[in-house]
Ligand binder design. Structure first.
Ligand SMILES: [Zn+2]
Length: 341
């Protein structure tokens, strides 16, 4: 990627740590998926440690934590657990860890509340609005059945959440780790994603808001079917450009630490803008969300990634509709067709 520079040659082994800045360690948490890891951060301060992000609520991650708590953190007091946003690879072990460590739990309010709501989604009950949403996007009857069969993954991987929390607010410096970190809120990937920026060390814990190689998923979900998350994501790119220095060390949740935040943010902006342009160019005749996958992804979409791809497609289409560049028509079968205005 042009303009971005990896900070380190290597990375920690799965389950191991590596110091990346004064008082900041990188813990690589293995995940048994195609996305095979998440980066978690340990903020060390004399004997105290604050944990940032937690891994999925599953045995692999619990086992890794058991080893880290009995090893690296054997003599440390964990004085807080911070979760950047609600996604299962970040929030999944939060309930388990906070319960076990009897420590403070920090999150933004929208992420906390949304997460508490979504953990109640289980396989037993697939809501009718969700089926309507994917039918409107163009899913076939068979694809809807596949969706139903996989529903409930959120609650599976975030089995419980701490029952109370301390609120992270934009621009504040919460009092964990000596108040060193300022909260910078990003949106679009999730409702109120907390990045943590320390101007003195010139480091930002970016969660999923800025990733070095993959583009954070920006999707419309059935819980808010008319949302325009790409508008939020573009706004956040501008916010991050304004508030982070170009040479800040970015600690992303996936991939490796890098410098070149502004170059990366510009590349993310361009990637989405290119997709919007492709949709407009090919938008002369009406298409459903599922008909735009070739424009957007240039690769086949299968059962595994159809839901994500549909969410991303709708994020781009809704952005264009909201800006007045496209119109959405609903046919007699309640399917939505998008065309250039
Ligand atoms: Zn995420």
């Amino acid at each position: 990627m042009q303009g971005i520079r990896s900070e380190f040659d290597g990375r920690p082994d799965d389950g191991a740590t590596m110091v990346v800045a004064d008082g900041v360690s990188w813990l690589r948490m293995p995940l048994p998926f195609r996305l095979n890891h998440i980066n978690l951060w340990l903020l060390r301060n004399d004997r105290d440690c604050v944990i940032v992000d937690t891994g999925m609520g599953m045995k692999t991650c619990h086992d890794t934590w058991d080893a880290v708590l009995a090893g690296e953190l054997k003599d440390a007091t964990v004085s807080g657990v911070v979760v950047t946003h609600m996604h299962p690879d970040h929030a999944g072990c939060a309930g388990w860890l906070v319960d076990r460590l009897a420590t403070d739990f920090w999150m933004t309010r929208q992420e906390y509340l949304m997460c508490r709501v979504l953990v109640t989604d289980t396989n037993a009950d697939v809501p009718e609005p969700a089926l309507r949403f994917y039918r409107a996007a163009g899913f076939s009857a068979e694809q809807l059945e596949t969706y139903k069969a996989h529903f409930g993954m959120f609650g599976k991987f975030v089995p419980d959440m701490p029952r109370s929390y301390r609120r992270l607010r934009d621009r504040e410096q919460p009092d964990f780790d000596g108040g060193a970190w300022e909260v910078v809120i990003g949106r679009g990937h999730s409702p109120e994603h907390a990045c943590l920026f320390d101007a003195e060390r010139n480091v930002v814990i970016a969660g999923d808001q800025i990733l070095p190689t993959i583009s954070p998923n920006v999707s419309v979900w059935p819980t808010e079917p008319q949302a325009n998350p790409l508008g939020d994501f573009f706004d956040s790119i501008s916010t991050l450009e304004a508030r982070l220095p170009e040479d800040v060390l970015v600690l992303p949740a996936h991939g490796t630490p890098f410098r070149g935040a502004h170059a990366r943010l510009e590349a993310l902006r361009k990637e989405h803008t290119d997709k919007l342009n492709a949709l407009l160019e090919n938008g002369g005749s009406p298409r459903r969300a599922v008909d735009t996958f070739t424009d957007l992804f240039g690769r086949p979409i299968d059962d595994r990634n159809r839901v994500m791809a549909t969410g991303e497609a709708l994020a781009h289409l809704h952005y264009l509709v909201e800006n007045g560049d496209m119109v959405a028509d609903v046919d007699d079968d309640h399917v939505t067709w998008f065309r250039r205005r």
